[in-house]
Design a binder for this molecule. Structure first.
Ligand code: AMP
Length: 619
């Protein structure tokens, strides 16, 4: 019998397996789940009602580690032992971060290599992965304590612009923390999911996610189509956020109180008081019109109007980024269906007003902006746990899907084990001059030759206008929707001629058949490599023959008699090699033909170029 646990937050019985959503942030991290009774996502809070765990790790002289708020308290007193913003170092080498090293008060170890960075505390070296794993462990512990059940599986979010090595580092950190990371998802995608955007079948939307946190600003433009999120563009500033708003306020009060920069540098605790009061004022002004306070016996004040004036240049910079992101995505503000607000600093009313005005839309800002990413990760986790059958269930393809290309080779567009829904595209072109049609044959399987795989469908793209070989651009797109239905479309991009077909990729295949096809691909892997090499060599040889023939027809007079004889001889040798199906001979003969024809081809091209420079027509 399987174990059951009681969820003490919701008071309900729940299956053993709770998959959590984790926002591993630069400043703060948090963990969320979907309540099994109400199906609502909630952030898990400690006894004091706090959901946010500052992403800060402190090491004492004896190697004891503290995480979160207790570590944050030591930030000023023990800067060398208190590690913050470790997310900025994930998956990076010292070279990558050296220009930003002034930002970090702790010791980033420079070993002058391309290896991943290390942080030195005392005589201990820590990788960002290990440091992040400490934060994740703390979150895991918190969730286990609250839910009274072991937590082993998680969905973790990362910024949309994270590259593979940064994503892998995050995944590894999860593994080190004892978590099976089922999926790494983009933060803007998570934020949209938290609002239920993109969770319905047949939903098509373009959204902007504006994320202004403590130290970073990101704007992402996404499209959602049938459950597939695609990032069209990202923009932002990795050093712009709420901390900069606080600094602007400090500057304002320095003028008010006459306290100089030098004084703040000398008296660290005074500087700290200024910063804390500034943050307090900023938060106060999100709900009030005026703030009055006291720092070190001096009164300080600011009203909302002054505050907005002060922060306007900073907000304007974010709006410029929004414009650039739209430009990169190739869309207009009016085409955005939803604007989702993320990050604590989006609570500032002037920020909201500016963003709403720029996009001309009402904002999605009802959820707690600090929690929205973690809540979305929890929604994704809940879908993966199979608890939410209303929503799209993301699955994987059992076998690779691709099309037949030259020489009967399988060109894989969606590899096996890719998630469903999914989308992939690739461009092809024609082989013959004036070719007006193209046959698109869709196959499923792991073998290199389509003849050994399973044909799913076939259709013709017709009506391609006459063009020389290689000029048409035929974009073939595979789209697998949430039900595993594959839709293949082909479009000739220059003319817009298009054709599409729907196939059910798994239809009729039993588990056993899938298994056999995989085994088959392993058994024949060596043969397949040989065949693929031969087919590729023959295809290249045929192209070389075609080009040479065309050239001889057009520029016969430009060649000496010896050159013509030599070329014809080499062409025959190549044809013989192809006939013999000998890959190495084909390669050699192709090279020889290439060497023989290069001098006169260059000669002809040079003189054509000179003619063109003189303003004459070349052909
Ligand atoms: P995050 O990195 O998303 O947790 O955002 C943290 C930032 O949000 C910090 O700079 C906070 O000072 C800021 N913040 C939190 N609450 C408010 C508020 N009510 N008004 C303005 N800024 C806030």
């Amino acid at each position: 019998m399987g174990k059951v646990a009681i969820n003490i937050v919701t008071g309900s019985l729940q299956p053993q397996e709770t998959i959590v959503g984790i926002d591993l942030g630069t400043t703060n991290s948090l963990i969320a789940i979907v309540r099994s009774d109400t199906h609502e996502p909630i952030a898990l809070k400690d006894v004091d009602g706090l959901a946010l765990v500052p992403s800060i790790v402190h090491f004492d002289a004896y190697g004891n580690i503290t995480i979160g708020n207790p570590a944050k308290e030591l930030l000023i007193a023990e800067p060398e032992r208190t590690i913050y913003s470790v997310k900025r170092l994930m998956g990076k080498s010292y070279k990558d971060v050296s220009k930003d090293s002034g930002f970090f008060a702790y010791h980033i170890f420079d070993d002058d290599t391309d290896a991943l960075v290390k942080i030195k505390v005392g005589d201990r070296f820590n990788s960002p992965i290990v440091l992040s794993s400490f934060i994740l462990k703390e979150l895991k512990k918190r969730a286990e304590h609250i839910l009274k059940t072991p937590i082993t599986k998680a969905v973790i979010t990362v910024p949309a612009y994270f590259n593979d090595s940064q994503r892998q580092a995050t995944r590894d950190a999860g593994r080190l923390a004892g978590l099976d990371v089922l999926r790494i998802i983009n933060e803007p995608t998570a934020a949209s999911l938290a609002y239920g955007i993109g969770t319905k079948h047949k939903e098509e939307k373009t959204i902007a996610v504006y994320d202004l946190g403590g130290g970073t600003f990101d704007i992402s433009i996404l499209t959602i189509n049938n459950g597939i999120f695609e990032v069209l563009s990202t923009n932002g500033d990795t050093y712009l956020g709420g901390d900069d708003i606080d600094n602007l306020l400090v500057k304002h009060w320095q003028t008010q109180t006459g306290i100089t920069d030098d004084e703040l540098k000398t008296y660290k605790s005074l500087a700290q008081q200024f910063r804390m009061k500034a943050e307090e004022a900023k938060i106060h002004l999100s709900a009030n019109d005026i703030f009055n306070g006291e720092i070190d016996g001096q009164t300080v004040s600011i009203n909302k109007h002054q505050f907005n004036e002060i922060i306007k240049p900073l907000v304007d910079r974010t709006i410029t980024s929004c414009g650039n992101a739209l430009k990169d995505a190739g869309i207009k503000a009016a085409q955005i269906d939803a604007v989702v607000m993320v990050g604590g600093s989006t609570r500032v009313p002037f920020v909201k007003e500016s963003v709403a005005k720029f996009f001309g839309r009402e904002l999605y800002d009802k959820l707690n902006p600090d929690e929205v990413v973690a809540l979305g990760a929890a929604v994704q986790a809940d879908i993966l746990a199979g608890n939410n059958t209303e929503m799209l269930l993301l699955d994987v393809t059992p076998l690779s899907l691709g099309i037949e290309t030259m020489g009967g080779l399988m060109d894989v567009l969606i590899p096996r084990n890719s998630k469903i829904p999914n989308k992939a595209g690739r461009q092809y072109t024609t082989q013959k001059d004036g070719q007006s049609g193209m046959r698109i044959s869709v196959f499923q399987g792991e073998r290199d030759l389509v003849a050994d795989n399973r044909k799913l469908a076939e259709f013709n793209l017709t009506g391609i206008p006459g063009m020389p070989a290689g000029l048409p651009k035929v974009e073939v797109t595979f789209l697998i929707d949430a039900d595993g239905i594959l839709k293949v479309s082909a479009t000739e991009l220059r003319s817009g001629v298009a054709q599409s077909i729907e196939v059910k990729p798994q239809y009729g295949l039993t588990d056993e058949e899938v298994e056999n096809m995989l085994l088959d691909s392993l058994t024949h892997a060596k043969d397949d490599i040989k065949t693929r090499a031969l087919v590729e060599a023959a295809t290249e040889a045929q192209q070389m023959l075609d080009t040479t023939e065309k050239f001889l027809l057009k520029y016969r007079e430009a060649l000496t008699e010896e050159e013509t004889i030599e070329t014809n001889k080499c062409m025959q040798q190549l044809r013989d090699a192809m006939e013999a199906k000998d890959k190495d001979r084909i390669h050699n003969a192709t090279e020889i033909l290439n060497d023989v024809s290069r001098p006169y081809a260059e000669r002809v091209m040079d003189s054509a170029l000179k003619d063109a420079m003189r303003g004459k027509s070349v052909i």
